[in-house]
Design a protein around this ligand. Structure first.
Ligand code: SAM
Length: 260
């Protein structure tokens, strides 16, 4: 299928929720002098320009990261603010870092990064900015199942599918259970949309039953435009790092102010 393009949505409120928690976890994990693996199943192109037509067309970044920066939702020393400042210093004031470049910001010598992206054009764009990583042009779950448990064994896997087909929701709890069995010390983070028809609810219910100790952070926000189906964002984290519940609560409080 592969019709989804993240350039239309980069920097939206879902990205803000996902990327702020991701950056916080990477800052925490890389604060200890032990090597880390970062894996991502659905990487996107890595670098976005919020002044480009795709982004301006939806206006989603305006309601997300641009408003967050203008209104100081995140302190300047938040790990996402710091990662974005680095990206903008390198790529210009309208650049936005996808998750792979957020990971690059925290990468140290000895850390290993594996990125999967199946879409040919997105993979090609990713390959232009991700020489720091092992790139896989294959299904992200196949990559993760093949690489886990990774070396170094300490690490984080981000699963961020485009949810283009209903089967994605059904497959995820099965895939995550298999990955967690193979890699019982890995931090496994799943992003999902909260939709007006609650399509994600069964998946989240199954995940909560399979991983009762996991952290589930959900935020709600107004739809990007009238009739738009996404009204919130979720991050489900297996083996959450120490302190993540408190950080998730801080981020959730920011979003609570946006409720209509
Ligand atoms: N994680 C990125 C970020 O936060 O910057 C955004 C990723 S976007 C939501 C999902 C990506 O998954 C798209 O670029 C799409 O082309 C890719 N994709 C779709 N199906 C895939 C699959 N089976 N395996 C790997 N990538 C896939």
């Amino acid at each position: 299928m592969l019709s989804y393009q993240h350039a239309y949505h980069a920097g939206n409120l879902g990205d803000l929720h996902k990327h702020s928690l991701l950056a916080w976890m990477l800052a925490y994990l890389t604060a200890k002098p032990k090597p880390l693996s970062y894996l991502e199943t659905h990487s996107g192109r890595g670098l976005y320009d919020l002044a480009a037509e795709a982004s301006r067309k939806t206006g989603e970044a305006r309601q997300g990261i641009e408003r967050a920066l203008d209104e100081g939702w995140l302190p300047p020393d938040h790990p996402l603010s710091e990662a974005l400042a680095t990206i903008r210093a390198q790529h210009g004031p309208t650049a936005y870092a996808g998750s792979p470049l957020i990971a690059q910001h925290f990468q140290r010598p000895g850390d290993t990064v594996h990125l999967a992206e199946l879409h040919p054009a997105e993979h090609e764009a990713l390959s232009r900015v991700a020489s720091f990583a092992h790139l896989h042009r294959q299904d992200g779950f196949q990559m993760a199942q093949a690489v886990c448990p990774p070396t170094p064994r300490r690490g984080l896997l981000l699963i961020d599918p485009s949810y283009e087909i209903k089967a994605d929701y059904e497959a995820i709890p099965r895939q995550m259970a298999k990955l967690a069995r193979k890699w019982n010390v890995g931090v496994i983070a799943l992003w999902y949309p909260i939709l007006t028809d609650d399509r994600q609810a069964r998946m989240v219910q199954d995940l909560r039953a399979a991983f009762p100790e996991a952290l589930c952070s959900e935020v709600r926000f107004p739809p990007a435009r009238p009739g738009h189906g996404m009204v919130g964002s979720g991050m489900f984290v297996v083996n959450p790092p120490f302190g993540l519940p408190e950080e998730a609560a801080r981020i959730e409080a920011i979003f609570a102010r946006l409720r209509p």
